[in-house]
Design a binder for this molecule. Structure first.
Ligand code: WT7
Length: 651
């Protein structure tokens, strides 16, 4: 976002005080900020006591070998026990944990007591397949309750899960299975999307022709569609789990035991396996879910619309809500199946009180029209959350007015796969919210904005967002690559974690996020690296060279625009462009398909051969071309422009 648009945005002096009723009964009050700033570690030690430990930790933070942190290192706990069994033991076994809503309209409600049985059976099933503590398990599932059960079963036996988003292609899955050296893959025949069964198992079958080491594939039957079967390797989930005992005694694992790996795009192409561990991660996931959503487990119905394949699904579908004993909705499908009011119908059906979704979804709902949510009873909603990218003030106001009846507070939560849990966000019972700002670091979190020389910027100025103190749910490393962990996050500013985001502090010191400062694109809330898309394009026989940029897009935040130079024999045609888009979809997954592909004769490069994406973004966004003085050949931009139709003339 440019400085002018930020200035315009900041001119909107709208502030919204928390509803009095909510503030009066809020889980967390302003006192938390004071308490945490007085004694940050004491504050986190207290939050760790939200959990049930088999061995209580006496240490809080070990930062003797930065940037490698240990939190609560001498404590032991079982994460799945904390998410399931203890609620049953506390007498809440009959409380619904999950209302599963399938896309076709089927569904089931699972109580905590039933969840305990299912997780125990799944844990016993994993053991029968030879999975042991410390092994890695890849999970490639649709948004069904079994995804939660599978994840918790891994956590229970101390196997490290690596969930791969169900929209990723066979190649993307293969590289992630390979990197983590997973021994087991849990998948499904398919899931329902846009009114039809959408296959998942073929991608696993293909991926497993490319990697070794996977002993079994455990297959959930969801759609009943035909699957190919490898005898001895493939096992039906329902057959294996049904014959397991519902008794499984959870073992206590070290607080620093690896809980999961989750892959996120890096600028150098190879995805980074972000490693999260147990005690610190669960402490912050649990605390933030309690504080930021003001969750009252006895009365709230919570719904996070994210996919389980992203970190939001891990922290705010599985670990945060379940550790807090919440009742939640899990929805399998798309928001417009079978009609554009599906989300609102679900809110009405289950009486959802807390909704957590993404700006890209909110902008889509705005486009579909105010009349659609207006047809449903949304009066149960009392807190609304946003995550994934900066939320523009228009969308923020629309969300509040049309979904939140003009009164539900909006919590714009900034965090990352790497941070594991929320870091910057309003508190719904405390903060006077400002449309478009994530506002303030949560209690116990230290964030600021610095300039190029690592100096903290004054209020009213912009720079780079950094985190200045370690936090419990921080990534511990990049799986198998400690050096890359240091280089990526801790080298730009001495002793500080650099988040990769630009940010600005307003006159009150509130933080406004300005998007990624590097070349990672943010499409519908998902990080996609330009390099990954470029290398996919160059992998096609017709493409010689490519450069990819993210162009501002009203719906998806950023849209992928690719510039390609064809090989000698290939010629530009709509068919070829379509074929290239499909090729990227196959290589990386549909989310990475470029919205536009422009065939050009040259690409703008510096003398050292680095592509000047800034200039291509100018073209993609239809602006006048900026400074071209560092180009190796300054005539290139004229050539490119002459070849392209004027901006806005294509979709
Ligand atoms: C990047 C992290 C956090 C889970 C989903 C994405 C952007 C995230 C916000 C927000 C502005 C945001 C940042 C961040 N981002 N939330 N509330 N306001 N930007 O996880 O794929 O690891 O992406 O998403 O650029 O660095 P992720």
């Amino acid at each position: 976002m440019s400085n002018e648009s930020l200035a315009n945005l900041l001119k909107e002096e709208r502030r919204f005080a928390p509803p009095a009723e909510l503030a009066a009964a809020a889980n967390v009050t302003a006192a938390a900020y004071a308490q945490a700033s007085e004694d940050r570690l004491g504050f986190w030690a207290e939050q760790a006591r939200r959990l049930t430990w088999a061995v209580e930790p006496t240490e809080t933070l070990d930062w003797s070998n930065p940037p490698f942190a240990k939190w609560f290192a001498d404590g032991k706990l079982n994460v799945a026990y904390n998410c399931v069994d203890r609620h049953v033991e506390a007498g809440n076994g009959d409380r619904v944990a999950i209302h599963f809503e399938g896309e076709p309209g089927d569904g089931r409600s699972i109580t905590y007591a039933q969840l305990k049985d299912e997780v125990s059976q799944a844990a016993n099933a994993l053991l029968e397949l030879g999975v042991r503590k410390g092994d890695r398990v890849a999970v490639y599932l649709p948004m069904i309750a079994e995804a939660v059960v599978a994840i918790l079963a891994c956590a229970r036996i101390g196997a490290t899960h690596s969930v791969v988003f169900g929209g990723f292609s066979a190649d993307a899955v293969a590289s992630r299975i390979q990197d983590a050296q997973a021994k087991l893959v849990i998948t499904a025949d398919g899931g329902y999307r846009r009114g039809k069964p959408s296959a998942l198992k073929p991608a696993i079958d293909e991926a497993l022709t490319k990697v070794d080491g996977v002993e079994h594939v455990l297959v959930v039957r969801r759609t009943g569609q035909e699957v190919s079967w490898t005898e001895g390797r493939d096992v039906w989930w329902h057959e294996l789990t049904a014959r397991q005992s519902t008794e499984h005694t959870p073992e206590a694992h070290d607080a620093e035991h690896p809980l999961f790996i989750l892959y996120t795009s890096g600028t150098t192409g190879k995805p980074k396996g972000i490693l999260h561990t147990s005690g610190g991660y669960l402490t912050q996931a649990s605390y933030t879910h309690h504080a930021v959503f003001d969750l009252k487990p006895e009365s709230d119905v919570y719904w996070c619309t994210a996919d389980i394949g992203w970190v939001t699904g891990h922290s705010y579908i599985v670990y945060g809500p379940l550790s807090n004993g919440a009742t939640q909705v899990i929805y399998e499908g798309t928001p417009d199946t079978p009609h554009q009011g599906r989300f609102w119908e679900i809110v009405q059906k289950y009486g959802v009180t807390i909704l957590y979704t993404a700006p890209t979804a909110i902008r889509t709902f705005m486009k579909w029209g105010d009349d659609i949510p207006a047809k449903f009873d949304l009066s149960s909603l009392r807190v609304l959350g946003s995550v994934g990218e900066p939320i523009n003030p228009e969308a923020w106001i629309w969300y509040r007015d049309h979904i939140g009846a003009g009164k539900a507070p909006i919590v714009d939560t900034w965090w990352q796969t790497e941070t594991g849990a929320m870091m910057i966000s309003p508190l719904p019972g405390v903060t006077e919210t400002k449309p478009g700002s994530a506002q303030r670091a949560l209690p116990g979190i230290a964030a600021t904005v610095v300039d190029d020389e690592a100096r903290e910027v004054p209020n009213g100025s912009g720079g780079y967002l950094v985190l200045t103190e370690p936090w419990p749910s921080m990534l511990r490393t990049i799986w198998g690559d400690d050096q890359r962990y240091i280089d990526t996050y801790w080298s730009r500013f001495e002793g500080r974690y650099f988040a990769g985001d630009g940010a600005k502090k307003d006159e009150d010191g509130d933080i406004w996020l300005l998007g990624r400062v590097d070349d990672v694109m943010l499409v519908s809330g998902h990080n996609i690296s330009t390099t990954e898309v470029e290398s996919a394009l160059v992998g096609h026989p017709s493409v010689a060279e490519s450069a990819v940029v993210g162009a501002t897009d009203a719906t998806t935040g950023q849209a992928i625009v690719a510039f390609v130079i064809l090989r000698g024999t290939a010629t530009d045609s709509p068919e070829l462009v379509e074929e290239l888009r499909a090729h990227v979809g196959r290589t990386l997954g549909p989310i990475a398909k470029p919205k536009q592909i422009k065939v050009v004769g040259e690409l703008p490069k510096t003398r050292s051969g680095k592509i000047m994406r800034r200039l291509l973004r100018d073209i993609a966004e239809g602006r006048e071309i900026g400074d071209t003085t560092t180009l190796a050949d300054s005539t290139v931009m004229n050539l490119i422009q002459a070849q392209l139709p004027p901006a806005g003339s294509e979709s």
